[in-house]
Write a protein that binds this ligand. Structure first.
Ligand SMILES: Nc1nc2c(ncn2[C@@H]2O[C@H](COP(=O)(O)OP(=O)(O)OP(=O)(O)O)[C@@H](O)[C@H]2O)c(=O)[nH]1
Ligand SMILES: [Mg+2]
Length: 136
């Protein structure tokens, strides 16, 4: 755990935005307090992805989005990372959180984090495709 924390801290130091993948059905329970602590220490903004929104109650999801959006430096969005259209929104939302990183000299650096089984591996190749097509 200590070495995981150290590694996460080092990666965060060279990231512009933390992308925290959460389970939309249990967003608070699937949030890791270590992520919060590290990113607040480094003053990094956070894009919270309430993933698996296709399995969650839409009204509850709406309330969670309002809850997270009220936190400083946080933008929350509900997605199903199996839907290409949802994933395509991610680069633009992340960019808005770090407007100073917007060109080839200073490309946006995202750090994707999340507890097991929230959908990181499903998301990552799709997000990198979305990012490539967004910048191409
Ligand atoms: N219905 C639905 N299932 C999803 C979604 N995203 C991921 N899943 C499923 O959730 C399960 C876990 O997804 P993974 O991408 O392996 O999760 P992970 O965060 O990489 O998990 P670890 O590698 O164990 O940390 C898989 O069965 C996915 O198919 C989604 O948006 N909707
Ligand atoms: Mg995985």
């Amino acid at each position: 755990m200590t070495s995981a924390r150290k590694k996460a801290g080092e990666t965060l130091a060279v990231a512009d935005v933390v992308v925290e993948v959460l389970d939309a059905r249990l967003p608070q329970a699937s949030s890791n307090p270590m992520i919060h602590e590290l990113r607040v220490f480094r003053q990094r903004p956070c894009l919270k992805l309430l993933n698996k929104a296709d399995l969650a109650d839409p009204e509850a999801t709406k309330a969670w989005l309002a809850h997270f959006d009220a936190q400083p430096g946080v933008k929350a969005v509900a997605i199903s990372c199996k839907k290409a259209g949802d994933v395509a929104k991610i680069p633009g939302l992340a960019q808005k959180l770090a407007p100073h990183r917007n060109d080839a000299v200073k490309p946006l650096r995202l750090m994707i984090m999340g507890i097991p089984n929230v959908g990181k591996s499903t998301l990552t190749p799709r997000a990198s495709n979305a990012s490539t097509s967004a910048t191409a």
